[in-house]
Design a protein. Structure first.
Lengths: 108, 230
């Protein structure tokens, strides 16, 4: 049985990314409050650890996916004219992809 | 006791307005009795009712901002002036009488009957007491519409989102050990609209006069989808 696409899958993505976001938030909050990098050099060093980089990449990926599903839901609820809806969804997608690429260039 | 009631007669050409009534109360008076008293004062006033005991589901109205079944709502609990309006989001036919067509269409869409793949037996299809218990909290729905017409997701998409009543009923058949169309039913519910417009706002649970919990039923449907997917 295939249960693909926009309804069920979007809901599952939403749940999984919510957990990832929560975990990473807890991690971020605890490191930044117990051992905050003191200066720019320390920040760069912190960011160059492979685990932090991977974590950050997953976090940004989850954040973008989570936003896509969430804002898409709001658009489906409130924006009914088809043209306007397609425009809104396209803009949202472009903006999220742009943000993703931007983060990649910073971390890359 | 003071009542402010929504009045609208599309044929009159007048705009909808609120009209005040003062009625005499008695001990144990229900909102339906009050509406009947208003009707006795002013026979142009229209509302639906029948059984008078919370069974037929025909006298759902919006009272002081929430949907209630008039015949089981004691007026002693209501703040004055009691504002009575038709169900929100529904086209008004006249005064408190609304067009519930979309609500019934959504119920019809979930195919609310037992489906068998095996040939139907000569006798009843037996069910264990434990399986029968799974239908409690589901079969009691009287289709009053209090829930669906108080659900924001149903206001925005009444033609595509099934709404809490139909979803509760969808689960009622998914949960039934005698039903043999689970996969079909789940496939039908897929897509962004029919089920997944529900954002667990829980307005439905708050207003159900039968104390049913559509949000929980919706959660069960999602769980079952998850179970089938992994
Ligand atoms: S929980 Fe879902 S079905 Fe119930 S009122 Fe909220 S959105 Fe509607
Ligand atoms: S679930 Fe409750 S509120 Fe909704 S239609 Fe059934 S009885 Fe009425
Ligand atoms: S009159 Fe039948 S439910 Fe109220």
């Amino acid at each position: 049985m295939s249960r693909q696409a926009s309804g069920f899958r979007a809901w599952v993505y939403q749940r999984i990314t919510a957990v990832l976001l929560l975990l990473f938030f807890v991690y971020l909050l605890s490191t930044l409050s117990f051992a905050p990098p003191a200066d720019f050099v320390a920040w760069v060093e912190w960011l160059s650890q492979p685990l932090v980089r991977i974590g950050l990449l997953i976090f940004v990926g989850a954040l973008l996916l989570h936003s896509w599903v969430g804002v898409r839901d709001a658009i489906i609820d409130y924006v009914h004219p088809l043209g306007l809806r397609i425009t809104a969804l396209t803009l949202l997608a472009l903006w999220l992809i742009g943000t993703g690429l931007w983060v990649l260039t910073i971390l890359g | 006791m003071k009542f402010r009631v929504y009045r609208y007669d599309p044929e009159s050409g007048q705009k909808p307005h609120m009209q005040d009534y003062d009625i005499e109360t008695f001990r144990g008076m229900m909102l339906r009795d009050a509406l009947k008293a208003i009707k006795a004062q002013d026979e142009t006033f229209a509302f639906r009712h029948s059984c008078g005991e919370g069974v037929c589901g025909s006298d759902g109205v919006n009272v002081n901002g929430t949907n209630k079944l008039a015949c089981v709502t004691p007026i002693a609990d209501l703040k004055e002036p009691v504002e009575v309006r038709p169900f929100p989001g529904r086209p008004v036919i006249r005064d408190l009488v609304v067009d519930m067509t979309q609500f019934y269409e959504q119920y019809k869409a979930i195919e609310p009957w037992l489906k068998r793949k095996e040939p139907t037996p000569e006798q009843e299809i037996l069910q264990s007491p434990a399986d029968r218990d799974k239908l409690d909290g589901l079969y009691e729905c009287i289709m009053c519409g209090c829930c669906s017409t108080f659900c924001p997701s149903f206001w925005w998409n009444p033609e595509k989102f099934l709404g809490p009543q139909a979803l509760l009923s969808a689960w009622r058949f998914l949960a039934d050990s005698r039903d043999q169309a689970k996969d079909e039913r789940l496939d039908f519910l897929e897509g962004p609209y029919k089920l997944f417009r529900c954002h667990s706002i829980m307005n439905c649970v708050e207003v159900c006069p039968k104390g049913l919990n559509p949000t929980k039923a919706i959660g069960h449907i999602k769980e079952l989808m998850l179970k089938k997917a992994v």
